[in-house]
Write a protein that binds this ligand. Structure first.
Ligand code: B12
Length: 249
């Protein structure tokens, strides 16, 4: 088991010591950051600070150093957002600080996106993606979209706060065989089920495979609301979409 001292970056050590209280979360964060290389820790520390300029510069540097875009995304950007989430939940930081962190995440993603999205092959299929009604979080959905595009899917991004009609119209207009819905709030999660009902009412449920995801969503919840599949992260999102096409993931 790793120890706090195994994390070389002082800022990350302080963040865990000062703001992470739950023993499981302490252990998980120590394991993560002790494993990742120092430059990823620096990127994470800058993101946690909401310092978009430094995230921008370090992400660029990491790519110049030939570090894999997926590693930067997972070990730098997403790992840092986990700490931001804990601090937000436990009232150490508030919406303005989280927005600064989200901006920093986007600064890094701006370099990662073209790499992950550049598959250069004939599209496998069209996927419609959107945040459900009432939900304005879009970082995770955007990561899924990047990975889907990079894996050869054509993705139509409906953005945030998407109504049932917008989902239905998009599936119809693009003859899309796959729909992905994302929700980050327990209060917006039920809207996934409502959208599925709307597809049934429109007599279109059999025309489209529906996958769902987002931090609070579980396999059980997905089954209960009648989704075809659940994915826990962007890699699973791609695997699920490929599974729908019966292509080896
Ligand atoms: C950043 C953030 C914000 C930013 C969003 C900026 C943006 N452009 O996205 C801002 C400040 C705007 C915000 C606002 C709010 N937020 Co907020 N936010 C977060 C935070 C810290 C991080 C979310 C994130 O980006 N995670 C990182 C991404 C990479 O993870 P992800 O989204 O889960 O996506 C991954 C997987 O889930 C999966 N996935 C995602 N979608 C899909 C879809 C498919 C099909 C598949 C297969 C997979 C998949 O793949 C992704 C990549 O691996 C979370 C805490 C957390 N740890 O989740 C709180 C959190 C989600 N927010 C919360 C709250 C309460 C709010 C507000 C209500 C706060 C307020 N009082 O105003 C508002 C609501 C606004 C709204 N109507 O949506 C709560 C929700 C609590 C709950 N149980 O419902 C959380 C959990 C914080 C907390 N612990 O209290 N927030």
């Amino acid at each position: 088991m790793a120890d706090l001292q195994d994390i070389s970056n002082e800022k990350i050590r302080q963040e865990i010591e000062e703001f992470v209280e739950n023993p499981d979360e302490i252990e998980r964060n120590i394991e993560t950051f002790a494993r990742v290389r120092p430059l990823m820790q620096e990127i994470a520390a800058a993101l946690i600070e909401g310092d978009d300029g430094t995230v921008d510069a370090l992400t660029k540097q990491a790519l110049e150093d030939k570090i894999d875009a997926l590693e930067i995304m997972d070990d730098g950007l997403i790992a840092a957002m986990g700490v931001v989430g804990i601090k937000f939940r436990d009232n150490y930081i508030f919406v303005p600080e989280v927005l600064a962190c989200a901006r920093a995440m986007k600064a890094g993603m701006a370099y990662i996106e073209p790499i992950l999205s550049a598959s250069g092959v004939e599209p496998l299929a069209t996927v419609i993606m959107g945040m459900v009604k009432g939900d304005l979080h879009d970082i995770g959905k955007n990561l899924c979209i990047m990975m889907l595009r990079g894996s050869g899917f054509n993705v139509v991004d409906l953005g945030v706060d998407t109504s049932d009609d917008e989902f239905i119209d998009a599936v119809e207009e693009h003859s899309a065989p796959i729909l992905g819905m994302s929700a980050l709030l327990t209060t917006t999660m039920p809207n996934m089920g409502k959208t599925i009902e709307a597809f049934i009412d429109a007599d279109m449920r059999d025309d489209v495979k529906i996958m769902v995801g987002g931090a609070p969503v579980t396999q059980e919840f997905a089954d209960d609301m009648g989704a075809d599949a659940y994915g826990k992260d962007a890699l699973e999102c791609v695997a699920v979409a490929k599974g729908f096409l019966s292509v080896q993931a």
